[in-house]
Design a protein around this ligand. Sequence first.
Ligand SMILES: C[S@@+](CC[C@H](N)C(=O)[O-])C[C@H]1O[C@@H](n2cnc3c(N)ncnc32)[C@H](O)[C@@H]1O
Length: 265
Amino acid sequence: MDPFDRWERQVWAGSGAAYAAGLARLCAFPVPRLLAASGVSAGDAALDVGTGTGAAAGGLRARGASVVALDAEPDMAARAADALRQAPVLVGALPELPFRSGVFDAAVANFVVNHVARPGAALREMRRVVRTGGRFAATVWAAPPAAGQALVGRALDEAGAGERPRLAEREEFARTEEGLRELSYAAGFSDVRCTTLRWTHRTTHAEWWGAQAAGVGSTGHALRAQPRAVQEEAQHAFVRLSRRFAAHGGELALPHAAVLVSGRA
Ligand SMILES: C[S@@+](CC[C@H](N)C(=O)[O-])C[C@H]1O[C@@H](n2cnc3c(N)ncnc32)[C@H](O)[C@@H]1O
């Protein structure tokens, strides 16, 4: 397995409850826009790849679609299965999907393509399982990141909490509208549209650092691998750096940005 994919498997292993408690709410923000861009309507067969705890899959079902969900992490798949009673939820990993070609009317992936060692191959695989004329929609975190999005990474960097693995150079793509457009056309989609979504996520110090301390996501996983003294230093840096995001009532107001891409198969 590619070292990046191996790292990602470790990042998400057993993290369903901790993800549901914090980061899931952040990732849920673009879901309505993602669903609208997917064009899914009643009676469609729709796939949610990297479903996590099932937010996008639930939204697809609310639109009347017949939903299949899939995640690389068994704990996430189990949680999604609980939330999506009666919908099939599979364990599987991009860039390989366990479906015949052209069986879906649409496929979506909310903050998943940025967790795959071969993003181009992942989009080609999503293209393969969607029928010609069907649609896909995906989000990735924008880069350079919005200020609130960069907060935890900066705290880790200040504490010397180590490098997070990067994609192989040949697999890198610009996390911009242009970069996603290029990647999607290269994967075989047409009529590709991209838009940048910007929003401010309201949270608290306790929730946001708590998610990191619980090891959620790449930064949380990197933090947990550090000696205690480095973890404490990172927390001090987080408290200091987060002052500029202080909002009414002791909350944090963290600006985030994501690129939404959609296209026709
Ligand atoms: C940031 S979470 C997003 C979850 C969900 N889409 C949401 O909006 O809440 C990323 C998810 O992608 C899954 N994942 C990571 N690599 C994957 C891969 N190669 N194939 C499928 N799922 C993957 C993780 O297990 C995790 O559930």
